[in-house]
Design a protein around this ligand. Structure first.
Ligand code: PLP
Length: 416
């Protein structure tokens, strides 16, 4: 009997929703750049009895009794994270990426101090100082974007902005930037203006672990990440930092911004870090990057323009301005033919975030499913057909059939 059967006996209603979601994941082509399919080992750890345990505090220094086994689980996760990324200290307790970032702000800043981050419209993240987020409400946020011509980070321009706003903290890292990032350049800027450097590697952490993306750890005081994107672990967050900040950071996470840690998720993080240390993970990440490049080339061959002209990572941004459709229309139409993407603003977009002029595509999930370059060419063809035939029910029907055929060759979670 598997776990969905157990849920079905107690709560058929929720089990029905869970089955429907499993079928959706199996049936659709998943191109959301921030998503992935965790392994059965990660799922089992996340769905385990460790959810029962309260463990406020840190290993060997808890506020509750009975922590002898969760202590070693957390120590194992910490040691594996440090080894995987070559970090001096790791805190594996943040419930998600947002909490990892919040912990660093709480540790490194006083309310009202200034931060400098990539603006959301250019690819930055909500938690990097936007008005709606606590990071924008509590701190004096300033932003850099990308160069209008190259659509890439312009380090001279970032330095200029930093000289003017004199930030206490500079944030590098983004949610929708398809290019590698020069962390040494960010370090030089931070040193020039006496700022602390935080890198949010949530999106590309898996590539860093595999040595396929510039490594932020040697350059930044703090590195934050999610564990569920390219890293392919459970939904969660983590902060890496230098030893000098270890105690202050731990205090900022607990009791600063969180209560009891999610020990089942920390166990799943430990399992994911082990998986990420294996040669097969490097091969997986190499395929993620190859697939992103193949998808980019194939879309360009169909006449679609990509922001910055391509990708060096796991994601790409399609500029739809020449197609006279919005990102919203395309994302909705793709969903109807079982291809899941998200609408995304492109740099210098004149459309609001609810419409957008772009879509963001990523290859981590389809690569986990086993797809390779040939499938990326097929997917690019399907996406291009949808963009160019939004009103044709006949084309949409044919695309749906081809999606069915494609995914049937790549079974997902056969044991569930
Ligand atoms: N940082 C970046 C760069 C992200 O892309 C995301 C999520 O998309 C986050 C932080 C927040 O992560 P979470 O959704 O786990 O809070």
């Amino acid at each position: 009997m598997n776990r969905l059967d157990e849920v079905a006996m107690v709560d058929p209603e929720v089990a029905g929703f869970m089955r429907a979601e499993l079928n959706r994941e199996r049936r659709k082509i998943e191109l959301i750049a921030s998503e992935n399919f965790a392994s059965m080992a990660v799922l089992q750890a996340a769905g385990s009895i460790l959810t029962n345990k309260y463990a406020e505090g840190y290993p060997r220094h808890r506020w509750y009794g009975g922590c002898e086994y969760v202590d070693v689980v957390e120590e194992t996760a910490i040691e594996r994270a440090k080894a995987l990324f070559g970090a001096e200290h790791a805190n594996v307790q943040p419930h998600a990426g947002a909490q990892a970032n919040m912990a660093v702000y709480f540790c490194a800043l006083e309310p009202g101090e200034s931060i400098l981050a990539m603006e959301k419209a250019a690819g930055g993240h909500l938690t990097h100082g936007t008005e709606a987020n606590m990071s924008g409400a509590l701190y004096d946020a300033h932003f850099y974007g990308v160069n209008r011509e190259t659509e890439r980070l312009d380090y001279e321009e970032i330095a200029e902005i930093a000289r003017k706003c004199k930030p206490r903290l500079i944030i590098a890292g983004a949610s929708a930037y398809p290019r590698d990032i020069d962390f040494a350049a960010f370090r030089r800027i931070a040193d020039e203006v006496s700022a602390i450097l935080m890198v949010d590697m949530a999106h590309f952490a898996g590539l860093v672990a595999a040595g396929l993306h510039s490594d932020p750890v040697p350059h930044a005081e703090f590195v934050t990440t999610t564990t569920h994107k390219t890293l392919r672990g459970p939904r969660g967050g983590m902060v890496l930092c230098r030893s000098a900040f270890a105690e202050a950071l731990d205090h900022a996470v607990f009791p600063g911004i969180q209560g009891g840690p999610l020990m089942h998720i920390i166990a799943a993080k430990a399992v994911a870090f082990r998986e990420a240390s294996l040669p097969s993970f490097k091969q997986y990440q190499q395929q993620v990057v190859r697939n992103a490049r193949a998808l980019a080339t194939a879309l360009q061959e169909k006449g679609l323009r990509l922001v910055s002209g391509g990708t060096e990572t796991h994601l790409l941004l399609v500029d739809l301005t020449g197609q006279e459709v919005t990102g919203n229309e395309v994302a909705t139409a793709l969903d109807e033919v079982f291809i899941t993407v998200n609408k995304n603003n492109i740099p210098f977009d004149d459309k609001p975030p609810s419409l957008t002029s772009g879509i963001r595509l990523g290859t981590p999930a389809v690569t986990t499913r086993g797809m390779k370059e040939a499938e990326m060419y097929e997917i690019a063809d399907l996406i291009s057909l949808v963009i160019k035939n939004l009103d044709s029910e006949e084309v949409m029907g044919r695309v749906r059939e081809r999606v069915d055929e494609l995914v049937s060759g790549f079974p997902l979670y056969p044991d569930l």
